[in-house]
Design a protein around this ligand. Structure first.
Ligand SMILES: Nc1nc2c(ncn2[C@@H]2O[C@H](COP(=O)(O)OP(=O)(O)OP(=O)(O)O)[C@@H](O)[C@H]2O)c(=O)[nH]1
Length: 204
């Protein structure tokens, strides 16, 4: 069974819990306790694989203060970055988060693969008071090698499910690529033995 760890990050009140709870229970509850952080667990089957999914939903007030993201980057296989399309400041915050993720990855683990990141413009049902254009979201995502979508946790159950499935599939693709890059234990051991003893045999 594959373990998949996903962190849902973004500004305060952007709908991180609403999206997570919608995905896990198919329900939109409206108000969520925001004074504690949660790690949710869900077993699911995707692309014929059994997955143990963990979703980290931080407490915004506590989390904002640290912003270092280093522990999240070590923990998570992928990120859903949420902003509210009716709140420009939340878009600026999402942008800062994406920059920080990419910056940390390029400075700390140059040879490692970039994490899967999906940028979500939530609260699409509030498009009459929209402050962030669809194109802006799309451009930010493209410029930083992220996926992008706009949706409404309040009104779109299926889209929320598709969004989570999309990022999980990206994470699984990264797992497969990582696996391909790493020589398997037995192969590399065989290579080593061959290098040491193979050469000697030739010279005797
Ligand atoms: N109109 C609308 N409201 C939404 C939507 N998603 C969430 N909300 C509302 O936005 C508010 C904040 O939602 P939360 O899910 O608590 O947001 P959060 O990002 O987890 O909040 P913090 O953890 O406090 O940062 C709540 O009143 C939700 O009902 C949406 O798609 N449309």
């Amino acid at each position: 069974m594959n373990d998949v760890k996903l962190a849902v990050l973004g500004g305060e009140g952007t709908g991180k819990s609403a999206l997570t709870v919608r995905f896990l229970t198919k329900r939109f509850i409206g108000e969520y306790a925001s004074n504690f952080e949660s790690i949710y667990n869900k077993y699911l089957c995707l692309e014929g694989k059994q997955l143990n999914l963990e979703i980290y939903d931080p407490c915004s007030q506590l989390w904002k203060a640290k912003f270092s993201l280093t522990s999240e980057l070590h923990w998570a296989d992928g990120f859903v970055i949420v902003y509210d399309i009716s709140d420009r400041s939340s878009f600026a915050y999402a942008k800062a988060l994406i920059y920080r993720i990419r910056e940390l990855q390029s400075s700390h683990c140059k040879r490692a693969m970039e994490s899967a990141v999906l940028l979500v413009g939530n609260k699409q049902d509030l498009c009459h008071v929209r402050e962030v254009g669809w194109e802006e979201g799309q451009k930010l995502a493209l410029d930083n090698r992220c996926q992008f979508c706009e949706l409404s946790a309040a009104e779109q159950c299926l889209e929320v499910e598709m969004m989570f499935n999309r990022i999980i599939k990206d994470i699984l693709t990264n797992f497969r690529l990582k696996e391909k890059r790493r020589p398997s234990g037995s192969k590399s051991m065989a290579k080593l033995i061959n290098n040491v003893f193979g050469k000697r045999r030739k010279s005797v």
